[in-house]
Design a protein around this ligand. Structure first.
Ligand code: AMP
Ligand code: ZN
Length: 118
């Protein structure tokens, strides 16, 4: 079972901020921005390339709700999903990075420290 499926099943701990029947949002363990949340479907889907339109139509308002709950909607935020080897995907369970809380540099996901961005 993959690490994010284990998080869904509460077999490993995570800092959950929002959940419904189909989706889960929790803090990234290694934040790359002042706010760095991961949003996942509870069902195992390997990446964006395999995801159904049905899951996407559900996860979109869920991500919007996460952003609103964290007050990211006023100043804006970024949503990223990495796909496969060249996309830099390390965890092979579809996840959307939701980043915000500061004006984000374009390259920040690979090299910046969140505290330097505030
Ligand atoms: P990616 O490189 O797009 O696959 O992103 C994987 C993300 O998962 C990274 O930002 C990691 O910091 C994060 N991550 C890995 N393990 C955990 C965990 N147990 N809890 C929270 N975030 C995690
Ligand atoms: Zn999984």
């Amino acid at each position: 079972m993959c690490i994010f499926c284990k998080i869904v099943k509460r077999e490993i701990p995570s800092n959950i901020i929002l959940e419904n029947e189909d989706f889960l949002a929790f803090h990234d363990i290694n934040p790359k921005a002042p706010v760095h949340i991961l949003v996942i479907p509870k069902v195992h889907v390997e990446s964006f390339h395999e995801v159904s339109g049905e899951i996407m139509s559900g996860i979109t308002p869920f991500i919007q709700k996460v952003a609103k709950e964290l007050s990211l909607d006023k100043n804006g935020y970024r949503v990223i999903t990495n796909i496969g080897e060249d996309g830099g995907q390390e965890v092979k369970h579809l996840h959307f990075h939701v980043l915000g809380g500061a004006k984000l540099a374009w390259s920040h996901l690979s090299d910046a420290h969140p505290k330097e961005m505030i």
